[in-house]
Design a protein around this ligand. Sequence first.
Ligand code: ACO
Length: 402
Amino acid sequence: GVAISSMLSSSGVVTYDPGFMNTAACRSEITYIDGEAGILRYRGYPIEQLAARSNYLEVSYLLAKGELPTAEQYAAFEERVLRHTQVREEFRALIRAFPRTAHPMAIVSSAISALPGFYPEVFEVTDAESEELASVLLLAKMPTIVAYVLNHVNGEEMLEVDPSRGFIEDFLRLALGASREEEFGPEVVAAMDKLLVLHADHEQNCSTATVRSVGSADTNLFLSVAAGINALSGPKHGGANEAVLTMLEQIRDEDDDAGSFVAKVKDKSSGARLMGFGHRVYKNYDPRAAIVKEATDSALQALGKRDDLLDLAMGLEEIALSDDYFVQRKLYPNVDFYTGLIYRAMGFPTSMFTPLFALGRMPGWIAQWREMMHDPATKIARPRQVYTGPAERDFVAIDDRR
Ligand code: ACO
């Protein structure tokens, strides 16, 4: 449809572009997407190569600094991050103060907003060193926060961090260790790492645009990222992975089959969408979805969990990809169509899927905030509007209104 048009306003011509379908708000060197061709690259490196050969911490370094670290730089970075994974007891008490029924995203968002209150030394970024410290601190504490939030809603104890383990391995142990007898094997740790790499950045998506928009007021890193987390909680954005699982469970429990569910979606009167399908920029198969789809089977095998919902998801995909409705609108599975199935097999409850997305996206938010802060072209985000309300009219006293 027509998304962009020009309007005359009192102060000249403004473009009207709902959802910023055609308006670039910044220039960026971080992530390249070609939605028509299904291409995604971080700092020029294809996502397929990074998913296969890199890891979350290395990608975090790459996104923020622009280059892959040397072995020495990587070791120093990893060591520094691992030194900051712990959170203070008072901070854990903050998480425990929430009702256990609270949505984990509400607790994660509040916890990130609270961080600069607990670590005032990172509130203001004044030079390169404080910028690096703020970034490392946020990156390091995020998995601990996500794990403790899960512990809290599950009514389980919060284990102490163990910096002698790898970053992702320790996250899985903190998050799920209390309820598991055995530790996860290296395949499962690698699968988790890969999912986080796939989520690490995606240029100006809703949450990242939010981080930049809030940060453009010179808002500190933590409060800018907290705003991004709130944006991510929406079901059209990060909440989609949760919505996919809810949809699959509903189809299974209502004894519906994939075909009749797709028919309901096409009918539109039900308002149901095929969650995990469609994307603002990909008008082709989401390259991340292809990688996750491939990883799902092996992850489920490593976990020893066969899931009937995987068959249902694959059935839905097959029907949708050969259906005119989806073909004409170029609706393909996005990254979240399959991620929930892996998370579920690992033992994460559905309500934790969006916090996991937030954990994955953290390196991108940090890198984008930093890039914006260093860009001399940055201006406070302040869109225009096209006013459509009443013309001037006189106030009416309350007793005279009808
Ligand atoms: N199921 C059924 N129909 C859909 C779907 C879907 N998942 N997505 C889009 N459509 C249809 C719309 O009804 C519309 O049809 P029309 O032309 O007949 O009116 C057309 O496709 C275009 O859809 P828009 O909503 O205009 O596309 P937009 O780019 O604004 O939305 C979005 C993209 C929000 C992702 C959408 O595809 C959607 O709601 N998908 C399901 C939720 C989802 O999976 N979100 C995750 C996004 S990826 C991420 O955050 C990692």
